[in-house]
Design a protein around this ligand. Sequence first.
Ligand code: SF4
Ligand code: SF4
Length: 206
Amino acid sequence: MLTIFRSQYLNMRGPMETISGREPVIPELESLSRTRLAECYQCGKCTAGCPTAGQMDIPPTRMIRLLQLGDSETALHASSIWQCVSCQTCTTRCPKSVDCAAVMDALRQLAFERGTASPAERRTVLFQQAFLDNIRRHGRLNEIELIAAFKGAVFLRDRSLPFLFRDAGLAPQLQKRRKLHLVGESVKDRGVVARIFARATKGGAQ
Ligand code: SF4
Ligand code: SF4
């Protein structure tokens, strides 16, 4: 869930030294993720612990190797970067302190910015942005506002009327089961939420 948000605050920390002599995407990726790809010695511990590796076209270990070889094009088009659930297991297990989760996160951000993500993958990012913005403003989820923000963002980008109204028929059922709260609530002390976001933006929360 941290995905783009995490990349944003990592990006604010400023560039780090990168491996020179390779295509521009790789240094940018290393800067965003604050990771030296060359540190990886392919032990495989990241993939062994990854809960979604079995579904990935390019699991974490292979992804790092691919990037070491400079093939960012294949990496940016891989479906595995969207199957990663940002659980941080790979990063925690790595004996060489390669932040594999941040690399996946940075790849998602670059795929989104460079237009290599599919429409469905772009919607994932738009949902995450709408979700985090919702939490930032209320401290808890306001479902109606989240749906409106997400659908609105998708519509502005894709101009897809079918997508805009696709789930509208579910609203009565959700409300009947009390899963949809028409009046949103906010936490009492929104300053706490603001401080959490400010800390994350400065890179203090990892
Ligand atoms: S755990 Fe670290 S060193 Fe081992 S393959 Fe993964 S990224 Fe490379
Ligand atoms: S952060 Fe992503 S790549 Fe790493 S272990 Fe979790 S799901 Fe796998």
